[in-house]
Write a protein that binds this ligand. Sequence first.
Ligand code: CP
Length: 330
Amino acid sequence: MRHATGISDLGVEGLEKVLAQAIQWKQGPHPKHLVDKILGMVFFNPSLRTRASFEACMARGGGSSIVLEVGNGVWKLEDRAGAVMDGDRAEHIREAAPVLSRYVDVLAVRTFAGNTDDAEDHKDPVMNGFRNFATVPTLSMESAREHPCQGLADLMTARETFGTTKGLPVTLSWAPHIKPLPKAVPNSFLLTAAAAGCEVRVAHPKGFELQPEVQAQAEALAKEAGGSVAFTQDLDEAVKDSRVVYAKAWGPATGGPLGPEAVKAFPAWMTSPEIMAKAAADAIFMHCLPVRRNVEVADGVLDGPWSRVVDEAENRFHVQRALLQWLLEA
Ligand code: CP
């Protein structure tokens, strides 16, 4: 049985297969590949694109979906092994995951990072709880560690624009925010771009390092795919000649020198037309959305010729139906 809770589930081969299928299906009529299939979606956190695009995948493919919002008409769920459940969490994942598996063909979960302990987030306890106790394929709709569907949509967008991602110089740029955000999206962009063979540059102020294990995983994927990964605190140097500038806010490395308020301390890192002008002449701008305008990214970039943020959101639909196919064909 396949799962898709992180890029390591696909590997370089699976990634290439899903991207190729997504690009092919985007050109034609909607395939009816999900007839009689049900996707269960469990949301611990809000969403616009993820929920709408997965519901669209199931409806267009001839299947259907069940959406559960934990704590909103659905029992709050416990994930800790051995927990004494005398609080407000009335049901354990140990029961919830196998029960839902009796109703659906794939179980998708959104569960954000606690964002106070990178090492704990790296263990991805809720997602792995579902993965361990479900009896159908599990799929991440963003967990504490990764957002694989976003990474796939990002790389599909780059590949559509430039024809190939092999050796493509791409910059993942840290961006300011009003609060420290999780690291799942930057992790997934880094890992997916590395697995797609890009020349990946990650730029951030000192103190915003991504988890060392994620960096090491990206380096291994890049080696396998013929790309490269580099980390820098020099944004100008990172964006120079870059074909893709990908902005994303994330919180400081926990246990590092910076506190959570530091996310407001680097306004010069907001992606601006001046920064885009330092990239390649044909550079595109990407962001996973939602985006805080004029905090993370200037209006001039989002409304300018570089922006592919809406195409990128559309591509969530295309990669997700290819990913569902990959999960179900096993
Ligand atoms: N990019 C993304 O996952 O969007 P939502 O949070 O709206 O689902």
